[in-house]
Design a protein around this ligand. Structure first.
Ligand code: SF4
Ligand code: SF4
Length: 201
């Protein structure tokens, strides 16, 4: 069953008065990417993860278009919408304006990491733990991945919030219990090369 999604806050649709004290418009590059949006909602209707998002993809793009003041930007980066994007590219393929929506979401993630690192902390540790497990074994080992994630978050209560899901997955044989291991390091050169490319870009 789909959960109700919030529309962007009412102040999003009012005109924004810029003052000389406004901070830099960090959303400007993303706004440029999606400024031809006509708010048709095809992206929301196409997104397989929209049911779990607190603001729909269409609503998120409206916030980006209107979000020239800090409170809207802050609200945008409080949503879990873009962090739930799994980069499936469906919205990009179906957008009638041909907008690069998945790339725009990636850009939002980078902006959040740079300007709101505390809000991005969970995602950063989640992705890092996922990739660490892939680096070690060539594929993700779910229990190791989540163990690394819990350790990196340093929150002793966090595992309890995942316990019901873990029990359901184990009961269906989707994940197997196991301890973290170092792996054979076969992918280390690839990961090292990626780090070098990232550092030089
Ligand atoms: S599908 Fe494209 S034009 Fe339609 S709301 Fe989404 S981003 Fe805007
Ligand atoms: S790329 Fe992200 S936002 Fe677009 S349809 Fe896929 S999951 Fe949804």
């Amino acid at each position: 069953m789909k959960t109700a999604q919030k529309n962007p806050p009412a102040h999003s649709v009012h005109s924004v008065h810029k003052t000389p004290t406004n901070p830099p418009d960090i959303l400007a590059p993303v706004r440029e990417m999606i400024q031809a949006c006509i708010q048709c909602g095809t992206c929301t209707g196409s997104c397989p993860n929209a049911f779990a998002m607190d603001i729909s993809p269409r609503g998120m793009w409206r916030m980006v278009i209107m979000g020239e003041d800090e409170s809207i930007t802050e609200e945008l980066f409080n949503t879990k919408t873009f962090s739930l994007c799994s980069s499936c590219y469906t919205c990009t393929l179906r957008c009638p304006r041909g907008l690069p929506l998945t790339d725009a979401i990636q850009a939002l993630k980078r902006i959040q990491t740079r300007h709101y690192p505390e809000k991005a902390k969970k995602n950063i540790h989640f992705y890092a733990s996922f990739l660490e497990s892939v680096r070690r074994h060539g594929r993700v080992r779910e229990t190791e991945f989540m163990t690394l994630f819990f350790l990196s978050m340093k929150n002793p209560f966090l595992p309890f919030s995942f316990a019901p899901l873990a029990i359901r997955l184990m009961a269906k044989g989707k994940v197997k219990p196991g301890f973290p291991s170092a792996g054979n390091g076969a992918l280390d050169p690839i990961f090292q090369k990626a780090r070098e490319l990232e550092a030089s870009s």
